[in-house]
Design a protein around this ligand. Structure first.
Ligand SMILES: Nc1ncnc2c1ncn2[C@@H]1O[C@H](COP(=O)(O)OP(=O)(O)OP(=O)(O)O)[C@@H](O)[C@H]1O
Length: 267
């Protein structure tokens, strides 16, 4: 088997807990992401998904364990500026709320240009052409390039956040609940655009979500997290259609299916 793009081994994160105790947020987690594939990490709120993502992206220190990219071991402490920039060429992250991460005073075009300036030595014309190509990739136009985030819808803002993340031509995009705040029809559009981006750029996806319906639409492989540990990991069709672990089954049972009706209990 070829060297994975991302290889996470025995990751552990312990936070100080209540009353001088410890809170084990991530407990001996291992997984790999192959180039050009999508691994989804699913689980309920508090299961440790975001903590794993933040450690891989260098936003959080690991207590123990290793993260290797292309076989190159990454120090799991907090990286310095130069190392952060080097890693940003390889791994980018998109969060749930793009409004928080976009500069409200900056136009969409300005935001993409800034990212390109940070990572590449391009002429003005080359940069403009790259901005146009990125906008096109995420289904936005030159009109959007002149707009500021407050004039955009939630879905459009998330498109901008994805374009900005793709500007550095990363090998891996980590999406942490990136479609959770969007309407179902907008979610579907964003998932389609991620599939197109994957096809066109070859970027691999680490897709973090509590929503198994969404995961079914995008993932090749699924890892299920519960209380900080991975309880099941395999091809998406196997995990979602023939789960072996009781927790995965419970998680799947709680997803509304077509024709599902809420049970009304008397008050
Ligand atoms: N900075 C922190 N300090 C202390 N505890 C933390 C911190 N960040 C996360 N935790 C705790 O670690 C556990 C895992 O949190 P994490 O955010 O990774 O879970 P999650 O599965 O991503 O859930 P969510 O989707 O709600 O963020 C939770 O119990 C959380 O309260």
């Amino acid at each position: 088997m070829s060297v994975p793009l991302l290889d996470v081994r025995n990751l552990r994160k312990v936070y100080p807990g209540p009353r001088r105790g410890e809170l084990v947020a991530v407990d001996d987690v291992s997984f790999a992401v192959q180039p050009r594939t999508c691994l989804a990490i699913v689980g309920e709120s508090g299961s440790g998904k975001s903590t794993c993502a933040r450690i891989i992206a260098g936003l959080e220190r690991a207590t123990a364990g290793t993260v290797a990219v292309d076989g190159d071991a990454w120090h799991t402490g907090r990286p310095g500026t130069r190392e952060r920039r080097r890693r940003a060429r390889i791994v980018q992250m998109v969060f749930q709320d793009p409004y928080q991460s976009l500069d409200r005073r900056q136009t969409v075009g300005g935001c993409l240009e800034e990212s390109l300036r940070l990572h590449f030595d391009l002429t003005g014309d080359e940069r403009s052409a790259r901005v146009a190509a990125l906008l096109d990739l995420v289904g936005l136009t030159a009109d959007h390039a002149r707009a500021r985030p407050r004039l955009l819808s939630g879905g459009q803002r998330q498109r901008v956040a994805i374009a900005r993340a793709l500007a550095s031509e990363p090998r891996l995009l980590i999406l942490d609940e990136a479609v959770a705040a969007l309407d179902v029809s907008i979610q579907a559009q964003i998932l389609n655009l991620l599939a197109d981006a994957r096809e066109q750029t070859g970027v691999a996806l680490l897709f973090i979500s509590h929503d198994l319906g969404v995961v079914r639409q995008i993932a090749d492989e699924v890892a299920v997290m519960h209380h900080g540990a991975i309880v099941e990991h395999g091809p998406a069709a196997t995990v979602l259609d023939a789960p072996r672990d009781p927790y995965t089954r419970r998680l799947l049972d709680s997803v509304p299916r077509p024709g599902w009706r809420p049970t009304l209990r008397p008050a």
